[in-house]
Design a protein around this ligand. Sequence first.
Ligand code: F6R
Length: 621
Amino acid sequence: MCGIVGYVGSQSALEVVLAGLRRLEYRGYDSAGVAVLADGGIAAAKKSGKLVNLEKALVDRPLPAGATGIGHTRWATHGGPTDANAHPHLDNAGRVAVVHNGIIENFAELRAELAARGHALTSETDTEVVAHLLAEEFSGRADLAAAMRLVCRRLKGAFTLVAVHADAPDVVVGARRNSPLVVGVGEGEAFLASDVAAFIAHTRSAVELGQDQVVEVRRDGAAGGVGVAVTDFDGRPADVRHFRVDWDAAAAEKGGHASFMHKEIAEQPRAVADTLLGRIGADGELILDELRIPAAELREVDKVVVVACGTAFHAGLIAKYAIEHWTRIPCEVELASEFRYRDPILDARSLVVAVSQSGETMDTLMALRHAREQGSRVLAICNTNGSTIPRESDAVLYTHAGPEVAVASTKAFLTQLVACYLVALYLGQARGTKWGDEVLGVVRDLADIAGAVERVLADMEPVRALARSLAGAGTVLFLGRHVGYPVALEGALKLKELAYMHAEGFAAGELKHGPIALVEEGLPVVVVVPSPRGRSVLHDKIVSNIQEIRARGARTIVIAEEGDEAVVPCADHVVWVPVTPTLLQPLVTTVPLQVFACELAVARGNEVDQPRNLAKSVTVE
Ligand code: F6R
């Protein structure tokens, strides 16, 4: 997830673009860059780190003035957060500049093709190929929108692209597939941006771009206006939908959501889909982002140990079920803060999987270092490209959740789960415990999950109403079995950290061994019910558990699969989730618990983005 701005008009493009990037910096802050059309050429500047670094560089070396420009603030995916990988990317002649948000899945083959034609590519990004392809398609055609259409037809994956060409000084073009792009239309000026926050200070009149469309915004010198033309990738004119933005600037940054957490919960379908992008190679094999472990060593792994903290630890607990089921390798899951102090048994045949959104959590980093000292290999699952944990690991799988601004983890958790499933499949593939078609079957099931999460999110008003009705409750318990048990732990953690309420998660089977003593009249108990298909024994047992607590006065809130009528008689409230394969069920059952905790926190007057006493990245042990 990156932030993109394009501008054509009569103001200083540099100032408009920089102001837009400031409003989009929440989308990524690994690097920033700008390109302005001036003096018949392109003047560009880019810098790793936050936008302020670029602004300082521009004070030292100002760009010439121009009224057409583009800019980018990056959340690194392909290639670390360096100056060279920062956008915009230019072709070898420096005549075209492009910025990109998303992942171009077939970039490796396009890169090889360009190299064979004599292009010199200088970054590690997937984006750079687009600059070179655009330059080729523009030459002899002199129509940037047409060139963009031709290039887009060759790209696989998800992308928003915005580009300028030195020989088309009054034009900015953009394109989108599965990634956001909106057009702002002002008096004699137009804007392209990842979201309206970038241009709301200039205009509230906007145009929504559809899927697989290319837009050209052109300054019309004679009439003093701007033209906006939208087509599909084949050049057929598209209907455009105009709308008026009535958010204020702060709401616009959160996409109109009440908080970053609301926004991040809503972004989960996209985050899940993005994390799956580009994982299947040309021969149908799974691909990690960085792999420095020889295949022979992976085949020899005899133990997997997942280390993580908090929410990431809960993702690890779920990973255990998939890893053991799909690979038949024993898997331990350990709190990173406890790991090295108990002198764990590790050797060269142990694979340690470190899960971390930030990539900077000190407990997880120390566990990783300890594992490497013992000769074990470490595979990182991380959301932050270039952070310490992936840098110090032997293999990395990046989640593509985009920046998570709210302190409580939501979309990072779902993408960590997707990544854990992919690692389990990868190990299964490497060791031959999973056939290629079985791997692809699970990947297809995972691809359906984004739609399932979207359906869950579309029907959350009853959950919110229920949460508001419980604002005065003192304690909420969460129960689950099998993969639903870590979901119960995660539901309780979300409620503690956001609503500051006493909440506990239990394995439902443990209830009778003690915790059932907590149950009293009116106590809200959330129960995550396994599918009645597949694990019917567990399902029947948990239905009995619900009856036991209900008989003791609990108010039962049941998360169950659509069509599971057996839960209805013992539930005070049922939250239905779509049918999913048993192991993947946490991807849908966690979502109502996030919404529940968030709404309860709001109802109690709490600040959901920055809960008290917490920090987003815990860099002390
Ligand atoms: C809870 C939460 C924390 C983090 C934990 C690990 O909502 O966000 O429990 O999951 O601090 O952080 P990372 O994943 O950055 O290592």
